[in-house]
Ligand binder design. Structure first.
Ligand code: ADP
Ligand code: TRP
Length: 319
């Protein structure tokens, strides 16, 4: 199956992103023809300044490569390196009724949160449709908030195909297997906006300090600890198989260890899980030319598909 995923680069990635989005995406490359791009035209709609947008784009590339996105299996590029998508975006705009965009949840949510309403924010779904349709995408893995965008893409493709013949492949969304919401150090959903996250690539000491800040109950030392609603346990269990979870539960119940021990254990688990990724990341950070080559090669591959699709489209509409 041809699968397309778009990454919105928005700064440092955390453990919630890792288990909720990054790992599931990387797993897809084993059995599909995976296309993944960094959606920097989309990020422009909410970007603070040029330097930040640039930095976030390159950081996302390095981080995804580090955690196992394999450029030999996956076509990986930066959206703006294949500008054909903007031509398709314009053409598709003609097949996008105003009412369709006016019903957009994501647009309405963003405006409600105080982001100024402008045309890019409003027409964001049309650009997403162009991303998807330009590459004959079959499957788009999405979070629930993005399902509507894939439905809009299907509406737009249907209108176009009805008028000009079967030019576009009809994509389907696939909601990724429900990953439980990963808690932050305060027990709420981990999010960079709540200042409760544990970042993926921290140095060892700051990582331990961050783990030490996890809020847990104040059971006195010597008494059994409840693992069921403990944040340290919830985070640690992400890294453990069934047997290891039971062993950790036993340690909680034994009453012989305090939360401090479990915070150390959690730090070890995070540190170990990301050992290989950290090494790869250090490598890529000192070989940025390689990262740029990977992205350039990915852009070339995506572009060659995009160009032949665009020829078909231009011819169909009479350009
Ligand atoms: P943040 O809330 O930190 O701004 P984003 O909204 O940028 O995170 O999320 C990027 C991706 O990571 C999304 O696919 C989202 O589902 C996933 N994700 C983020 N936080 C969590 C979490 N706490 N638990 C599970 N998945 C998460
Ligand atoms: N809108 C998506 C998000 O916020 C990112 C995205 C842009 C995307 N274009 C896409 C995702 C095409 C899948 C396919 O997460």
């Amino acid at each position: 199956m041809r699968v397309l995923t778009g990454i919105q680069a928005s700064g440092k990635l955390h453990i919630g992103n890792y288990f909720g989005a990054m790992k599931p995406m990387v797993d897809l490359q084993e059995e599909n023809e995976l296309f993944t791009f960094i959606a920097n035209y989309h990020s422009l709609t909410t970007s603070k300044d040029a330097a930040t947008l640039k930095q976030y784009t390159i950081d996302a590339a390095v981080d995804y490569l580090s955690i196992g996105l394999d450029p030999n299996k996956t076509t990986f590029w930066v959206q703006s390196h294949v500008p054909e998508v903007l031509e398709l975006y314009w053409i598709l705009s003609k097949f996008t009724p105003m009412g369709l965009l006016e019903r957009g949840h994501s647009y309405k949510d963003k405006v409600a949160r105080g982001i100024p309403a402008n045309h890019a924010l409003f027409s964001y779904p049309v650009l997403m449709a162009a991303d998807i349709l330009m590459l004959d995408t079959q499957i788009v893995p999405v979070g629930k908030d993005q399902i509507q965008h894939v439905e809009m893409t299907r509406d737009i493709a249907t209108k176009f195909n009805n008028e000009y013949g079967d030019i576009f492949t009809m994509p389907e969304h696939k909601v990724a297997a429900e990953v439980a919401t990963i808690p932050g150090i305060d027990g709420q959903k981990m999010s960079k906006s709540y200042d409760n996250s544990i970042d993926l690539f921290m140095e060892e000491k700051p990582l331990q300090k961050r783990c030490n800040k996890i809020i847990s109950s104040s059971t006195p030392l010597g008494e059994p600890l409840a693992w069921e609603d403990d944040n340290i346990y919830a985070l640690a269990s992400l890294f453990l198989d069934e047997t290891q979870k039971q062993e950790l539960q036993r340690r909680y119940k034994s009453g012989q260890e305090g939360y401090g021990h479990f915070k150390k254990y959690l730090k070890e688990l995070i540190w170990e899980e990301l050992g290989e990724a950290r090494e790869k990341r250090a490598y890529y950070l000192s070989h940025m030319d390689e990262v740029n080559d990977i992205l350039a090669l990915g852009a070339k591959k995506a572009q060659s598909i995009a160009q032949s699709k665009m020829e078909e489209v231009r011819q169909a509409v009479g350009l």
